[in-house]
Design a protein around this ligand. Structure first.
Ligand code: SF4
Ligand code: SF4
Length: 707
């Protein structure tokens, strides 16, 4: 005890003289070894640089990315995304493991660089070994303490990742090199501590207390009777082992999955996550290349090629993908990896320009056509990817190529043809487009040119008997609230959303330009629609062709009418409110456009911690932005799947198991898919649009209600 106290007092006294605290850089390492050390360091950096340069040359093979660059956005993303590691933090153990490994790697890397700077500057200034430039005193003590702490973080993170890899979750991509990377990390960390412990044992100093792990290791080695002289010899040998391992690691960095740290950082720093938008193709491009979309890796943009290098096969996209869940031949993770594997071959064939002929065509070879057609464009993969990879963007680009080659057959191809010939995917006559409004006296833009709001009805409500009831409910609600609105009636045509998501870009552009002409003629400023797909296409696709409008989803619009008192909903529960109601969030409304609360407000949902509330409305297990796809988006609506094969099957079972009486939703596609899917499993759950449920609730005494 007394010895401890004396030791502490001595330490305190020495600590007060902190400027004297330091250690010799390269202590116990002869000069000749130091020279060889720097030689190998340069070599490993050269290999590292060559590897990075090789990947950058691959990236440059792609088309220039169109989005603009901003330093301010880059700094914002660096703080928001990289420093906080927020994209991985929500993932419990994996998130913690990543933060520990990442922080350990960065801090140890910075520490090694600082010690290198100290050594070079001391050399430049002609200092003796015991005359450090800045590596002494308080700085030195903090330096040693921080490095020991983050070395531990790196080791713990590494062990957690090894444990995960050992348990082999099916969604996680496996490659033998992943084990090599993790074992290298572990060996570098452990050998680093061993070098430190042997140094302390060989040449102890009062400042060693700051290196708390190295000091503990030295005490342990001492208890094994390792004396100072043997520690010196061992230190020299293990120091070389540690150095060679570290240099091999640096040299191999661009050739392993670790390269995601560079590619992913570029991808996150330079671009925001984009959901729901697509890049147009121009006729000039078509004339120049003779093709639409992506045939070979060189047709991708540079950003997309960087995305391919960013993917770490973490499997989050696969876990979130509804097509994969339904057993369709689509895993976004595998798709990205399969495309990535084609890049070097494509690069060689582009550069050698001989022998190999044409670079490999991706669709139909590396990626099967059925894989591409299985996507519902729900954006779940884009949302969950921690590295900003957009598998959906690749899918739609590859679909564009397939469409250009005439490789889509069957019911979906028929739907595309019908859109072009009849102005709707049902192939119904344009003359019948306004039949849904029979008996309601709905004003058209022609009859009421001074309208304030254009109600976009869409093809589903115009031709599907069930969905037409949603449009009728909307009209009744708007009349009740005395909204000055109009519809286009027979002048409305499909807005081309399905065509674009299926890859028929020029059919979409034809639809868009036709509709923009009509909307311009009627000087439309504000559009209300009950379809999230129409909402998304008016908001994100039409401005690319000059169609700029204020676009509002009907749930938001109706919520505003209720909030302003133009629509009155009774407080006491009505007959329909005795039914338990669930709400299904449509992908294009919740995930892609972030609208989650307004429909709930209309249903009077007050989410409680108990997953239920006094209004008898309950939350489904997957809700809001983490919703589950109904399976109709991206043109899947037009594929002839039997109910058992449909992508929304698991969502229907989930709804049925919650025991709700009725299911509210706010998308015509979801309405149709959930209704059919629930019927196919003999469920008695009734599916309704929020407008229909609201209409049932709205007080009859709302001024001048009209039938
Ligand atoms: S695309 Fe993103 S989420 Fe999917 S495996 Fe790659 S890194 Fe993970
Ligand atoms: S958009 Fe949806 S369906 Fe398509 S790959 Fe991504 S998660 Fe799967």
């Amino acid at each position: 005890m007394q010895t401890d106290l004396t030791g502490w007092v001595v330490w305190k006294l020495q600590f007060a003289a902190a400027p004297l605290m330091t250690r010799e850089v390269f202590g116990n390492i002869p000069e000749s070894s130091q020279r060889i050390f720097y030689g190998i360091a340069c070599l490993s950096l050269l290999v590292f640089g060559g590897g990075v340069f090789r990947r950058i040359r691959y990236w440059k093979m792609g088309k220039p990315s169109t989005s603009s660059f901003s330093w301010r956005a880059l700094v914002r993303r660096f703080i928001k995304e990289i420093i906080t590691q927020k994209r991985v933090l929500g993932r419990k153990t994996v998130g913690i493991a990543h933060v520990l490994l990442f922080s350990g790697f960065v801090i140890l890397g910075m520490g090694t660089t600082l010690i290198g700077i100290e050594h070079w500057s001391a050399d430049l200034l002609g200092r003796e070994a015991d005359q450090p430039v800045f590596h002494f005193g308080w700085y030195y003590l903090i330096y040693e303490f921080v490095l020991d702490t983050f070395g531990l973080a790196l080791l713990i993170g590494c062990v957690l990742f090894m444990k995960r890899r050992w348990s082999r979750p099916s969604s996680l991509g496996h490659h033998p090199s992943d084990w090599i990377v993790l074992i290298s990390f572990l060996c570098i960390g452990v050998s680093g501590y061993l070098v430190e412990s042997l140094r302390i044992l060989h040449h102890p100093s009062p400042a060693d207390a700051a290196s708390f792990i190295g000091r503990t290791g030295a005490m342990f080695l001492s208890s094994l009777n390792v004396d100072s002289a043997s520690a010196g010899k061992l230190h020299f040998g293990i120091w070389w082992g540690h150095s060679l391992l570290s240099f091999s690691f640096i040299a191999g960095f661009p050739f392993t999955r670790l390269f995601h740290a560079i590619a992913g950082m570029v991808n996150i720093l330079c671009w925001d996550k984009e959901m729901g938008s697509m890049t147009p193709i121009t006729l000039e491009e078509l004339e120049e290349t003779g093709k639409t979309g992506v045939e070979t890796p060189g047709d991708f943009t540079r950003r997309q090629l960087i995305e391919l290098d960013s993917c770490v096969s973490c499997g989050r996209c696969e876990e979130a993908c509804p097509a994969f869940e339904a057993g369709k031949p689509l895993s976004p993770k595998k798709l990205v990896q399969d495309i990535r594997a084609t890049v070097p071959t494509a690069y060689e064939s582009v550069n050698l320009k001989e022998g190999n002929g044409h670079p490999p065509c991706i669709a139909g070879n590396a990626v099967k056509d059925e894989t591409l057609w299985s996507c519902t464009t729900c954006s779940a993969c884009v949302q969950v990817c921690p590295l900003n990879v957009n598998p959906l963007g690749m899918i739609t680009d590859l679909r564009r190529f397939l469409i250009g080659e005439g490789k889509l057959r069957g019911s979906a191809a028929n739907a595309l043809q019908k859109i072009q010939l009849s102005g709707n995917p049902w192939g119904m006559p344009q003359q019948e487009r306004f039949h849904w409004a029979e008996g309601l006296e709905v004003p058209t833009a022609k009859d009421n040119p001074k309208f304030e709001v254009l109600y976009w009805v869409g093809c589903a409500a115009s031709y599907d008997r069930r969905v037409s009831k949603v449009a009728r409910a909307m009209v009744q609600l708007m009349k009740t609230a005395k909204v000055n609105f109009a519809v286009l009636g027979k002048e409305e045509r499909c807005n081309g959303e399905s065509s674009r998501r299926m890859g028929d870009e020029f059919a979409f552009q034809e639809s868009a330009l036709g509709n923009i002409e009509t909307l311009t003629r009627y000087q439309v400023k504000k559009i209300v629609t009950h379809c999230p797909h129409c909402l998304n296409t008016f908001q994100k696709d039409y401005p690319q062709f000059g169609g700029e409008y204020e676009v509002v989803h009907h749930s938001v619009f109706l919520d505003e009418l209720v909030a302003s008192g133009k629509l009155r909903v009774p407080n006491s529960p009505s007959e329909t409110q005795n039914k338990t109601t669930g709400y299904h969030d449509p992908c294009y409304l919740a995930r892609v456009n972030g609208i989650t609360e307004e429909p709930r407000k209309l249903l009077k949902i007050k989410t409680s911690e108990k997953n239920g509330n006094d209004c008898g409305v309950i939350e489904l297990p997957r809700n809001r932005k983490q919703t589950a796809c109904c399976g109709a988006g991206g043109g899947r609506m037009w594929f002839d799947d039997s109910p058992e094969q449909r992508i929304g099957g698991s969502r229907c079972r989930e709804v049925n198991e919650t025991g709700v009486d009725q299911l509210g939703t706010s998308c015509p596609f979801c309405l149709i898919m959930m209704k059919d899917g629930l019927a196919s499993i003999d469920s008695e759950v009734v599916v309704k649009d929020v407008a229909e449920i609201l209409l049932e609730k709205v007080s009859n005494d709302s001024a001048d209600a009209q039938p």
